[in-house]
Design a protein around this ligand. Structure first.
Ligand SMILES: Cc1cc2nc3c(=O)[nH]c(=O)nc-3n(C[C@H](O)[C@H](O)[C@H](O)COP(=O)(O)O)c2cc1C
Length: 325
C-alpha cells in the first residue's frame, strides 16, 4: 500500500469538510472541476453510535466520488474508535481516510469538549488518535488550528503529539480557534508544523486561487492544500488550482451565464437527491450570484424560492437579465 505521503502527492487539491455546505451535491460538482479528495461534513461519532438518521445521511456519497474522506468529531476515545471501525466496514473501499476534527471553534462543540477544545487537552487528543488508529484499517489524520487562544501557538507541539499517537498526516488551519474565521490565516505556522513533524502536512486557510495554492505550498512545504470557503458557489476554483499546480495555463473562468447554469444544476441535483435538501440552495444560490450584475436582486429572488419550479423561474429571469446586460 502506498504511504499516505505518496497518496497526497497525487491528491494535492482537496475540498474541506464544511458543515451544512459540503454535502454530496457540492462534492460532486467540485470533483467534476478537479477536486482530488473530498471530505464529508463533520459527522458526530456519538450521533453515529446512536444510529441517528440525520447523522447517517451525512455519509451519503456522490455518484462520482470514487474515494472520500470522512471527518468525525467527538471526545470519547472508545466511541470514536467504535465508529471509526464501523465506518471502515460500511464505507468500505471508498474510504480513503478518517479525519478527526480538533479545530472546530463553534460553541456547541467546544462546550462539550469536542472540536478545538481538544487542543486544550492534548493527552485526551492523543488517546483519541491512538484509539481511532488502532480501530481503523485506513489512514487517520487530524485537522486542527494554530492554537486555541490568540497568541498561544500550540500547533507545532500538538502536531508532534498527534504524530506520536499514530496520525498519518495533519491538516493545519492557520487561525486560532478564538479567531473563528476572522483575520488572515497565518501560513507561517504551517511551515513551523512541517518542520516539527515527519508526517505530511496539509495546509489550510485562505487558499482561494491557483496562485494562492502554489504560494502556500512553496512558502510552507505542505504536501497538499485544503480549500474551504473559496469553493462555495465556485467549484471552478479546483480547475484553476489543478492547472496552477500542474504548470498549465489557468482555464477561462466561468461566464455569468455559466454560473447561473451551474447554480441551476446544483438546485436540480439537490432536488433529485432529496427534495428537502433544496432548502440548501438559498445559501448556495447566493454564493453563485456573488459578483454577478444584479446579484442582490437575484439573491432576493432565490431566497423566496421554495419549489424546484420556483428556482427554475428565478434562474430563467436571471438569465434573461444577464443576456440583456
Ligand atoms: C460554514 C463552515 C463550515 C465548516 N465546517 C467544518 C467542518 O465540518 N469540519 C472542519 O474541520 N472544518 C470546518 N470548517 C472549517 C473549514 O474546513 C476551513 O478549515 C476554514 O474555513 C479555513 O479554510 P478557508 O480559509 O479555505 O475557508 C467550516 C467552515 C465554515 C465556514
Amino acid at each position: 500500500m502506498p504511504s499516505y505521503r505518496e497518496f497526497l502527492r497525487s491528491h494535492r487539491v482537496m475540498l474541506a469538510p464544511l458543515a451544512g455546505v459540503s454535502d454530496r451535491v457540492m462534492r460532486q460538482l467540485c470533483i467534476e472541476q478537479g477536486a482530488q479528495l473530498t471530505f464529508t461534513e463533520m459527522v458526530s461519532a456519538k450521533g453515529l453510535s446512536h444510529g441517528n438518521e440525520r447523522t447517517e445521511d451525512l455519509l451519503e456519497m456522490a455518484p462520482n466520488e470514487d474515494i472520500v474522506g470522512v471527518q468525525i468529531f467527538g471526545h470519547e476515545p472508545e466511541v470514536m474508535a467504535g465508529q471509526a471501525s464501523r465506518l471502515c466496514e460500511t464505507v468500505g473501499e471508498k474510504l480513503a481516510v478518517i479525519d478527526i476534527n480538533m479545530g472546530c471553534p463553534v460553541r456547541k462543540l467546544v462546550t462539550k469538549g469536542d472540536g478545538s477544545a481538544l487542543m486544550k487537552s492534548p493527552e485526551l487528543a492523543e488517546r483519541i488518535v491512538s484509539a481511532v488508529v488502532a480501530a481503523s484499517s485506513v489512514p487517520v489524520t487530524v485537522k486542527f488550528r494554530r492554537g486555541y487562544e490568540i497568541d498561544n501557538e500550540t500547533a507545532p507541539e500538538f502536531a508532534r503529539r498527534m504524530e506520536q499517537a499514530g496520525a498519518c498526516a495533519v491538516t493545519v488551519h492557520g487561525r486560532y480557534a478564538a479567531q473563528m474565521y476572522h483575520g488572515q490565516a497565518d501560513w507561517g505556522v504551517i511551515e513551523r508544523v512541517v518542520r516539527s513533524v515527519s508526517i505530511p502536512v496539509v495546509g489550510n486557510g485562505d487558499v482561494v486561487s491557483g496562485a494562492s495554492a502554489l504560494a502556500m505550498m512553496e512558502q510552507t512545504g505542505c504536501e497538499a492544500v485544503l480549500v474551504a470557503r473559496a469553493a462555495r458557489g465556485n467549484p471552478w476554483v479546483f480547475a484553476e488550482i489543478r492547472a496552477a499546480l500542474e504548470g498549465r495555463p489557468a482555464p477561462e473562468g466561468p461566464t455569468p451565464l455559466q454560473r447561473v447554469e451551474m447554480a441551476r444544476r446544483h438546485a436540480h441535483l439537490l432536488y433529485e437527491w432529496e427534495p428537502r435538501a433544496l432548502v440548501r440552495m438559498r445559501k448556495q444560490g447566493s454564493w453563485y450570484c456573488k459578483g454577478l450584475d444584479g446579484a442582490s436582486a437575484a439573491r432576493g429572488m432565490l431566497n423566496a424560492c421554495k419549489t424546484i419550479e420556483e428556482y427554475d423561474l428565478a434562474f430563467d429571469q436571471l438569465e434573461q437579465h444577464l443576456k440583456g446586460c
